[in-house]
Design a protein around this ligand. Structure first.
Ligand SMILES: [Zn+2]
Length: 358
């Protein structure tokens, strides 16, 4: 009898301890309207744009576009995506390249989409989107500016970033942003500015828990992972943007190490390529690392009514998914994983540190 009570007491005490330590803190994704539980993010497009401004960091700014005109042109595409089942939209236009938190907040309110914007710095395209004052800044100073945006809001607003967007250029001298490797098929090594920006992203990740999405046109994702590791940050804090520019074997190898693979240029003519990549990732049991999106939008500042590069955000829903289902490439559960679970997991705000990190 006494022994039974003793065990019951221990059992009750254990229950109290478990309740105290479990205190579940549901992870959130930070949208332009505030935090959303990651589990409620829904079907997400993880790499899109509303607006871009290519003029360069020193000249770019909201004086270059009319928010209402941009919203009028882009909103029908967002509404269409919403009708097709999209619930969340990650805007990847970086600072000094068309990022406009007020525009995104306006469109989020108009469309009902969860919209996510970013902090960070885009050092691709020869560094022309990096302000002169930032070009020689040490990583800690760059990171401090991004952490301030996370804490206080962007550009005098209270809109907070939901991830860190960086771009790296590599040591290639030309402006060719599409070549992803040299003649031997190797990645390009990072240049000095790239390395500072990547290090800053790792530092800012430690302070904020924000995921880092790196536009990696022709530069080495392995080197970026190594810089993250040197700062104690795990590979799953990093999204390899535009991974479709490299053979799927590279994605398999790096996803195995924990990197997020962003296949973000879905369009009707490329459906076959995406089917093959998805099948290969499934075969390798790596679907849990894959993100899909269009890299669409592209209202271009300085061009009449945004120019002629504005594309919709629908091919994933109208072309790729039906092809996936028709050919049985992925089950419905696997599709849900890629389109809903993975974005929530990838963009949930939480530090991802290596176990042995300092
Ligand atoms: Zn993009």
């Amino acid at each position: 009898m006494r022994a039974g009570l003793w065990w019951m007491g221990l059992w009750l005490y254990g229950g109290v301890l478990a309740a105290a330590s479990a205190q579940p803190v549901d992870p959130v994704v930070m949208t332009v309207l505030g935090p959303v539980p990651a589990a409620q993010l829904g079907l997400a497009l993880t790499h899109e744009h509303v607006l871009v401004d290519w003029i360069g960091a020193e000249q770019s700014g909201p004086h270059r576009w009319d928010r209402d005109a941009v919203a009028r042109r882009v909103r029908p595409h967002l509404d269409r995506a919403r009708e097709l089942g999209v619930q969340a939209f990650v805007d990847c236009s970086p600072a000094h390249l068309g990022r406009d938190p007020q525009l995104l907040r306006l469109l989020s309110r108009q469309t009902g989409l969860h919209v996510v914007t970013n902090t960070g710095l885009y050092a691709a395209r020869g560094g022309r989107h990096v302000p002169e004052a930032a070009k020689q800044m040490p990583p800690a100073q760059l990171a401090a500016g991004w952490v301030t945006e996370w804490r206080d809001g962007i550009d005098g607003t209270d809109v907070r970033p939901g991830f860190i967007k960086i771009g790296v250029n590599g040591q290639r001298k030309t402006d060719d942003t599409d070549a992803c490797h040299d003649a031997t098929g190797r990645f390009f090594a990072l240049n000095a500015l790239d390395r500072r920006v990547v290090a800053a992203a790792a530092i800012a990740h430690r302070d904020t828990g924000l995921t880092v999405a790196s536009h990696t046109a022709n530069a080495d994702p392995v080197e970026q992972m190594a810089i993250f590791a040197a700062h104690g940050v795990a590979p799953d804090a990093l999204v390899w943007v535009h991974a479709q520019r490299r053979p799927v074997e590279d994605a398999v190898e790096l996803a195995r190490q924990g990197l997020w693979i962003s296949y973000d240029n879905v369009a009707k003519p490329r459906v076959g390529d995406y089917l093959q990549r998805l099948a290969a990732m499934k075969q390798a049991e790596l679907l849990h690392r894959v993100l899909l999106s269009h890299d669409s939008g592209w209202y271009t500042a300085g061009e009449p009514n945004g120019g002629d590069r504005v594309r919709g955000y629908d091919a994933l829903l109208t072309d790729l998914i039906p092809a996936i289902q028709a050919r049985g490439v992925l089950t419905d559960d696997e599709l849900h994983q890629v389109l809903v679970d993975n974005p929530a997991q990838a963009f949930a705000v939480r530090p991802r540190l290596l176990a042995e990190s300092p």
